[in-house]
Design a protein around this ligand. Structure first.
Ligand SMILES: [Zn+2]
Length: 436
């Protein structure tokens, strides 16, 4: 085991496989009983499968259970999936979908404690501890990012600056004046803040950040390297989704070889999104979670639509928790262009692999004469913008060839001026699809 970073909860994070499975099984049995007795939706679904409380005794039986989808959450809007009376719910979060009703999630007092615990474990994984000052630039509100990080950061005893998202100038002022050592926000906003340091004429020496905890949108390893360079920090991936709990479902340790899933609370499976069959470890498929410890709104085999794979090999950090690879993307984000499956993260990794581009880009998809076209707009870095037309043309051709060799489809590449693509303070809007 490596020395250095503290493991927040070694009993759980380093548990033996059999011990973990026993714990998961007990929790699962209790969760099925709660669902069956208090939520008509689940009772009906379980009965359709011929399952009664007490039938499920082990995680091996997960496969027998029905799935839950985002549509199920919408159909039961707002509170029909709660297993506790309203008086036991101390917090409600909601994620605004692009279409339809928002997805509502309730928390009991114990759920809030669980959430703080998994975020505390996450921060400890990135070597963050009491004495650190964490600037939480995730949005505070119904979105789970801000308050999720906040409670976990307080739990480890760090100093929290709850800036919420937006107001870049003030963010930078607080960052330097209050000696923030950790930044937590979306990767796209981190990239924007990093670039703004120089633009606002701030001496990079006055920025004391040493780590970043970034998530809420898929980002590539190449994007990570850009952000690390901008701030001279180590950037860690935190993963979560509001339906499951919020940030803190899984987190990267200092080895940065996948995110450890807090599987004592969130049992993962990987399924084939078409056949719904469970896939073996190592196979890429849709990530599914069963949230065994949640009180207010536990979820049974919730389909996240995120695509990744699981790895149970021993990690050098000493934790035994299963790891998930950085998400390839969401099944919802997957673009089908001329019949080819394209994830924005694949294009991002091509762009970020080049030193001449900035971390800001947009993908524009159109249909012209029944043929899909892909246009990639990417900002050129300040240093390269003054290059000659011939040099810019070389960069453009290089991007075009790399995209063609990665995806097998041609794209039109448009190099645009620095700062011409609109900046996002939360999740970046990277895809404009005119086909819908
Ligand atoms: Zn590890």
């Amino acid at each position: 085991m490596r020395q250095g970073n503290t493991i927040w909860n070694p009993e759980r994070e380093c548990a033996g496989r059999e011990e973990m499975r026993r714990w998961q099984g007990q929790q699962l049995t209790a969760m099925i009983e709660r669902m069956y007795n208090h939520v008509p939706f689940y009772k009906k679904k379980l009965r359709e499968k011929g399952i009664e409380p007490g039938d499920i005794r082990s995680v091996d039986q997960l496969e027998l259970l029905p799935f839950t989808t985002k549509e199920d959450l919408r159909d039961n809007y707002p509170f029909a999936l709660f297993t506790v009376p309203q008086s036991d719910v101390v917090r409600i979060h909601a994620s605004s979908g692009t279409t339809g009703k928002p997805t509502v999630v309730g928390y009991t007092r114990k759920d809030i404690e669980t959430w703080a615990e998994v975020v505390a474990r996450s921060l400890a994984m990135a070597g963050i501890h009491r004495g650190d000052t964490i600037q939480v630039a995730y949005g505070y509100g119904p979105f789970t990012g801000g308050l999720g990080l906040h409670y976990g950061a307080e739990k480890i005893g760090a100093t929290v600056i709850p800036t919420s998202s937006g107001n870049t100038r003030k963010q930078l002022q607080f960052m330097t004046d209050f000696n923030a050592t950790v930044l937590a926000c979306t990767p796209s906003y981190a990239a924007h803040l990093g670039e703004s340091i120089r633009k606002e004429g701030i001496d990079p020496e006055t920025v004391k950040l040493r780590a970043g905890v970034f998530g809420a949108e898929p980002w590539s390893d190449e994007m990570r390297r850009q952000i690390e360079k901008l701030f001279n920090i180590r950037a860690y991936d935190i993963y979560g989704l509001s339906e499951v709990i919020g940030p803190g479902v899984s987190m990267e340790c200092e080895c940065q070889c996948g995110n450890h899933i807090f599987e004592d609370h969130f049992i993962p499976e990987i399924i084939d999104p078409d056949t719904l069959e469970v896939l073996p470890d190592g196979a890429i498929g849709e990530l599914v979670f069963t949230t065994v410890s949640k009180e207010a709104m536990p979820l049974l085999r919730y389909r996240t639509r995120d695509l990744t794979r699981l790895c149970r090999e021993k990690c050098d950090c000493g934790r035994t928790l299963v790891r998930m690879e950085k998400c390839l993307g969401r099944t919802d984000d997957m673009l089908i262009i001329r019949g080819v499956n394209v994830f924005p993260s694949q294009i991002e990794s091509v762009l970020m692999d080049m030193s001449e581009t900035s971390p800001h880009y947009q993908l524009i998809i159109r249909r012209e004469n029944n043929l899909d076209t892909l246009e990639v707009r990417v900002e050129i870095s300040e240093q390269n913008w003054s290059d000659s037309i011939r040099e810019l043309e070389t960069i453009r051709r290089c991007i075009m060839q790399n995209i063609k060799s990665m995806l097998g489809i041609s794209a039109t590449i448009k190099l645009v001026e620095p700062n011409s693509i609109q900046r996002s303070e939360g999740k970046a809007q990277r895809i404009i699809d005119y086909r819908q």
